[in-house]
Design a protein around this ligand. Structure first.
Ligand code: GLU
Length: 311
């Protein structure tokens, strides 16, 4: 019989080994409120099926989950719209930066996938249409975040959302371009503003890792027993995380880490080990693709040390 893995020992080893990388990379400075975060921080939390957690570093420190929130919004949208959503957003890796306009132009205003900005903005547009307004759509995303994290206190940071709205030219351009192609139903500013509020949801690695258990266990939270998605929907979201979760570095991440995962420019990454656990890491400095530099390395160390990967 093989000895069970000591996850606490593994995360502590990673914490030691990651130290020299904590000063490499840069925080996202295109959102001024995010640039104020102390850049050299690190946290990592593993959550198992029974809720047992293994953490190191600042696992109680809250950060802006940013693009990781796109997984939440897409989970709601896929459940509401099913296949008809794919007329408005694809499921292919973009191979381009998360906020690129070029591809959207030559592909007729249909974003490649729901995890690049254009895709997530169109998903928010669809949620607003379905729920009958920006306020209701945001409330649904927040309620979902509270349910999956089992934490009724989850909220968004209004300062970060406002800061992003003040520097929104590129995201507004993406939305206007989609509108010009007829792939947009609601008011552009309203949708983009609501998307920023969704991105400004705040969690720590303990919350984030707990939240994503539903994706590790076929759509059903193993602790509460709540079924958030069916098995097929959960499989599809995991596939999208693997192929599109790290923008134009998704191939590299799959190659080096080998797990479905989603990153955000706040420095968070959440990764799924199917049927076993969810792992959240956070370190604000980003690599050139906009993904947490130390966070990516930590996950790479984790899969090497544990031998856990989907391959
Ligand atoms: N709110 C960010 C933006 O729209 C999300 C990007 C990210 O986390 O990658 O630019």
């Amino acid at each position: 019989m093989t000895t069970p893995l000591d996850y606490q020992e593994i995360v502590e080893e990673i914490f030691q080994e990651i130290q020299p990388s904590l000063t490499k990379g840069n925080v996202a400075n295109y959102i001024p409120a995010l640039a104020k975060v102390d850049p050299n921080q690190f946290a990592m939390t593993i959550t198992l099926k029974d809720g047992k957690q293994f953490s190191v570093g600042k696992s109680q420190e809250e950060f802006s989950i940013q693009s990781i929130s796109k997984v939440l919004a897409f989970s709601l949208a896929i459940d509401i719209y099913s296949k008809s959503l794919y007329k408005r957003v694809g499921v292919e890796p973009s191979g381009n930066a998360f906020n690129s306009l070029v591809q959207l132009e030559y592909e007729g205003g249909i974003p490649r996938n729901p995890f690049i900005n254009a895709g997530a903005i169109v998903v928010m547009d669809a949620l607003i249409s379905h729920y009958g307004g920006d306020y209701s759509a945001l409330e649904k995303v927040l309620t979902f975040a509270r349910e999956i994290s089992d934490n009724p206190k989850i909220k968004f940071d209004a300062v970060v959302a406002k800061s992003e709205m003040e520097h929104a030219s590129r995201n507004l351009s993406l939305a206007h371009l989609m509108k010009s192609f007829g792939n947009f139903d609601n008011d552009v500013r309203n949708v983009v503003q609501t998307y920023f509020k969704q991105c400004a949801i705040v969690m720590n690695t303990e919350n984030l890792s707990r939240s994503m258990l539903y994706l590790a266990f076929k759509g059903k939270d193993p602790i509460s027993g709540k079924e958030f998605l069916n098995e097929l929907q959960a499989k599809r979201i995991n596939a999208l995380m693997l192929t599109c979760g790290h923008y134009d570095a998704s191939g590299e991440f799959a190659y080096n880490v080998g797990l479905p995962a989603k990153s955000g420019v706040g420095g968070g990454i959440v990764a799924i080990v199917p049927n076993l656990m969810s792992i959240a890491v956070w370190s604000p400095r980003l690599n050139s693709h906009g993904n947490s530099l130390a966070g990516t390395l930590a996950l790479q160390m984790f899969t090497r040390k544990s031998g856990l990967s989907i391959f």
